[in-house]
Design a protein around this ligand. Structure first.
Ligand SMILES: [Zn+2]
Length: 237
């Protein structure tokens, strides 16, 4: 798990989503503990031994560094989404520009928006590191897979770090498409019936994916995002 946190930290850094020491990642270790990136460390340089373990109140249980100052954002997601196993917060530049312009990513311009993260709402402004952040996220956590944070950045989550990472990557892609489509001046959002058909297509796709997963051998799948010759995720800290 530590290796996975390092791996996805580096990917976010390489994409330019975590300038300076910004951005943070976490994953559930078990019902009571989270493995989290530390505060004040570049995501491009963070090491496996830098990671810290906290409980679901954010209290440090293990590690030599301090936990990220934005831990309350992660705790809010885990509290209101018991299905979530991993959370990523970052500052992807174009999605953040939408968040700084008071704009959600809820206009359906391309099919991928429906097939992947769905509408991305904008949570109202909250001072980073305070309990206001959890309050601002709470209304959007059920029913959304990624959320923009007003004048701040984005948070995404999923059943593992890869899924949370891919959602973050997709949010930035959708923001990029929306930006350019509007610059071109002739953006043509999908019609409601086209969106409806895509919902059917998505349900069918997800059915096929779970049927494939049921047929697949028991060994864990190798992540397409693995770098540095990494091994598949281990269920250890
Ligand atoms: Zn932040």
């Amino acid at each position: 798990m530590r290796r996975d946190l390092v791996r996805f930290s580096k990917w976010l850094s390489r994409l330019g989503f975590t300038p300076g020491t910004s951005g943070n990642l976490s994953a559930r270790l078990d019902a009571h503990r989270l493995l989290v990136t530390p505060t004040g460390v570049s995501k491009g340089l963070v090491k496996a031994t830098d990671m810290v373990i906290v409980d679901l109140q954010g209290r440090l249980l293990a590690g030599t560094r301090n936990v990220t100052s934005e831990i309350s954002m992660h705790l809010a997601v885990y509290k209101h989404r018991p299905d979530v196993q991993a959370v990523i917060h970052s500052h992807p530049p174009i999605a953040t520009a939408f968040a700084c312009s008071g704009r959600a990513l809820d206009e359906v311009l391309c099919q991928e928006a429906v097939m992947t993260v769905g509408p991305v709402p904008l949570a109202r402004y909250a001072t980073t590191g305070t309990s206001e952040v959890a309050e601002s996220l709470r209304p959007y956590l059920p029913g959304h897979e990624s959320i923009l944070l007003e004048n701040h950045g984005a948070v995404s989550y999923g059943k593992n770090l890869l899924e949370a990472f891919m959602k973050m990557e997709t949010v930035e892609h959708l923001a990029h498409v929306a930006l350019i489509a509007h610059q071109l001046g002739t953006a043509r959002p999908l019609q409601p019936e086209q969106v409806q058909q895509l919902h059917h297509a998505k349900a069918k796709y997800l059915q096929n994916v779970s049927a494939e997963a049921a047929k697949a051998p028991a060994k864990p799948a190798r992540s397409p995002y693995e770098i540095d010759g990494g091994q598949p995720a281990q269920a250890t800290a």
